[in-house]
Write a new protein. Structure first.
Length: 520
């Protein structure tokens, strides 16, 4: 027991700001932690120092060193158990005087014995999100792969817009056959006549385009052909660089697996597209119906396209910005606000996706050409139209909700207005709070794009869906989804840091050493 007073003197003799000799090894974003060797000489004789390590964490453009753990124990402890107790109780925390104060990244003043737990967890919080994808990649490889993925994302964006133009010009049923390797376009006049003869046998020509000429058929044929070939070229743009990066070992394992899944979804998208087109080449169930593709299959086709695009955009952000977008979010208040914003942005992203899918049903039923008034619809005009249950007895309640023109357009209107209200509420609630600069900009951009998209949709409806406005409206949906994904990704690193801080503080509180009884 005589060693306990000596232990107290040893603890009191070490200042919290004790100088340490540190030799760093260049702190860079990848890999996330670079170790620096620390040597420290104990202030009292009879003690032995232990060589320990410290790390630097990259959070945005600033580098924050984690706390250094320095332990000292007596060279000759009277009892082995006492030596271990001294080793546990005399663990002290030190920080670099240049960037951090004694409170640490968590922003919570902790006792010296508990400070290391919180700050070590916080130092690594910013690099946890995307390290699995970029940890083994060099800076040059990361930028090259990120630009390639950004190109693929832009290609998918143009592919979806081109598909919308194909739908608006009623060109999707002009090609009555589909081959996986691609179709050879007609060259001679005889080739064109053969293709036109195939189209003339389709229900769409017999009921809608009976007076179409060969020259008019060429236009819709080239539209559908361009849409198909644009997708096949996209496959090459994705597959060839992927093979090169894989052969040169520039892709990590998790990133390669995700890209393979996206490539498989892209290949299956062609099959889904042909499955959709086949539904339009069959006779409709009711003779009074206009031949068109199934709205369910059209919605599946558009949903898979949005899923592929969202996956590419998200992966691009993870590769190009592995530390997230909230570079200036260092304070605890900003981290908590970012965490709250992230909890609200995720259901908002789901709402945007549901609104886009409902738009696919509007396009599949040509519902935009009916009820061209706003905000009221129907005759007599009302917010809730009387024709909503018009086909409920014949189709049933569930099918009426997805196949009745009035019901489909009403659902799309309600979802669009709900999305607009939610975007405005997000800005009103979170815009006044302290947030990272980029997250704040994305929040304002999100609200602006939502207002522009709703305004564009109303204009498209009132003008009876011209091709240029209809395609711009579909591009606006993709733009809104892109901004939402960027906003969700931007708050992930600060939000995760806030969660880590709370857990670390709770763990530190639970691990606080209990006061030992007085020794008599």
């Amino acid at each position: 027991m005589a060693a306990l007073p000596w232990l107290g003197r040893a603890l009191l003799s070490v200042a919290p700001r004790a100088a340490v000799g540190m030799r760093t090894s260049g702190l860079r974003p990848s890999p996330p932690h670079h170790l620096a060797k620390v040597s420290w000489r104990p202030p009292l004789t009879g003690l032995t120092s232990r060589t320990v390590f410290t790390g630097g964490a990259k959070l945005g453009r600033a580098t924050y060193p984690s706390y250094t753990n320095v332990a000292f124990v007596p060279k000759r402890a009277p009892i082995t158990g006492l030596r271990k107790a001294c080793e546990r109780l005399t663990t002290r925390s030190f920080s670099s005087k240049a960037l951090l104060g004694p409170k640490g990244l968590a922003g919570v003043a902790l006792p010296v014995g508990r400070r290391l737990l919180s700050t070590t967890a916080m130092a690594s919080a910013s690099s946890m999100s995307s390290s699995a994808f970029t940890g083994a990649m060099t800076e040059a490889s990361r930028r090259s792969v990120g630009r390639w993925l950004a190109l693929c994302s832009a290609w998918v964006f143009s592919m979806v817009v081109l598909g919308g133009v194909t739908r608006l010009t009623r060109s999707g049923l002009s090609m009555t056959e589909w081959r996986f390797a691609g179709e050879r376009p007609p060259i001679t006049l005889e080739d064109w006549r053969q293709e036109f003869a195939k189209y003339r046998a389709s229900p769409e020509f017999k009921k809608v385009n009976m007076s179409m000429t060969l020259e008019e058929f060429k236009f819709i044929y080239w539209m559908e052909y361009a849409h198909r070939m644009w997708g096949r070229v996209l496959g090459l743009v994705f597959a060839l660089p992927f093979a090169y990066y894989s052969a040169t070992r520039q892709l990590s394992g998790p990133l390669s697996r995700r890209l393979l899944v996206l490539f498989a979804l892209g290949g299956g998208q062609g099959l889904v597209g042909w499955w959709m087109v086949k539904s339009g080449l069959q006779e409709p169930e009711r003779k009074t119906d206009t031949p068109r593709v199934s709205p369910y299959r059209l919605a599946a086709h558009l949903t898979s396209a949005f899923a592929i695009y969202s996956g590419l955009v998200w992966t691009t952000l993870q590769v190009l910005r592995p530390t997230g977008l909230g570079e200036d979010c260092v304070g605890e208040v900003a981290r908590r606000n970012a965490s709250r914003l992230g909890r609200h942005l995720r259901p908002f992203a789901l709402l945007v996706g549901c609104t886009a899918i409902s738009g696919a049903f509007v396009a599949g039923l040509d519902a935009g050409h009916a009820y061209n008034t706003f905000p009221l619809m129907g005759d007599p005009p009302s917010f809730f139209p009387q024709d909503y249950w018009l086909e409920a007895n014949e189709l049933g309640f569930l099918r009426n909700a997805f196949e009745n023109t009035c019901a489909v357009q009403f659902h799309h209107r309600c979802l669009a207005l709900t999305t607009l209200t939610a975007a405005t509420a997000l800005l009103a609630v979170h815009g006044r709070r302290r947030l990272p600069v980029e997250s704040r900009r994305l929040l304002y951009c999100l609200c602006g794009v939502a207002w522009g998209q709703v305004g564009l949709g109303i204009t498209t409806l009132l003008t009876y869906v011209p091709v240029h406005l209809g395609s711009a409206h579909q591009a606006g949906a993709l733009t809104l989804m892109s901004v939402v994904l960027a906003a969700v990704y931007g708050v992930r690193a600060p939000a995760r840091a806030a969660t880590t801080a709370r857990r670390a503080a709770a763990a530190a509180a639970g691990a606080a050493p209990k006061p030992s009884p007085a020794v008599i």
